[in-house]
Write a protein that binds this ligand. Sequence first.
Ligand code: GLV
Length: 328
Amino acid sequence: MSTILVTTEIPAPGMDILRAAGDVEVRELDHEELFDACASGKYSVVVSQIRDRFDAELLAAASIVGVSNYAVGYDNIDIAAATAHGITVANTPGVLTDCTADIAMLLMLSTARRAVEADSFVRAGSFTGWKPELLLGSDVSGRVLGLAGFGRIARATARRALGFGMTVKFCPRPPGDRDVSEDELGEFAGRVEHASWDEIVTTSDFVSLHVPLSESTHHLVDAAALSAMKPSAILINTARGPVVDEAALVTALRNGVIAAAGLDVYEREPALEPGLAELPNTVLLPHVGSATVSVRSEMARLCATNAAAMFSGNPPPHPVNPQAWARS
Ligand code: GLV
């Protein structure tokens, strides 16, 4: 009898949905143990986390039919290899769009207005009264926000930024480009500006990253991109850590090449690039873009529903590689 493998317990109602579908085993595994578990024949579906790496070797040896990732991103899984081996991958799209855009906005506001520094200042007992030049920051309203990407989360960030009176530019597929029709622009037609990646980098006051991690976006923001930015620019990353060359970022922040950075994700998460945590011009969050009670619960529902469907021999409602189902 086959079993659903869950690498970390997911919030309610996820575990109930899974247990109603079949036998469930919760096991936190390192990469080697995950490899052996997937190859063992004991499990047909894995409910995974973004730290679980499903590389080509693991997928070639695996006897599973599906992976249900508890995330919208799936760069931890080699999708081409999964498809080649008839392994369907499913994710949790849509439900975390607004809360992640909120975190992008929070990082813009808190870096520009030095909220973390100001909070530490008060807690340290240093606040001795209002002063004309105490903790001056930079404006948000009236400034240019450059978006890398124009998917769901970028658009939700654009909506918020327009509400703050910002000018919004976007490059839909950096470092390259692609056409965007008026239809695709929808509510944003005439309100945001399609720009090249080069223009985003050189003209934005805030550059906010909303691209999936892929070969073409790995180190999209490298030393060259950082040095092309305005010295007053602020970099925001709520996407994936390796989109930014974190060593180059530390050097740039230290030397005033750009003004500040607000990060929710890291290149070698959970490790931080040496020097990053010591910089006062950073706001650093522990990958909490989707971390609200209701969103994590909704993600759990989608993730468990995907897994339960595959376990019962049906295609998942939110497949990443639907073509794999036909091959399984
Ligand atoms: C979180 O980073 C996700 O991809 O859902």
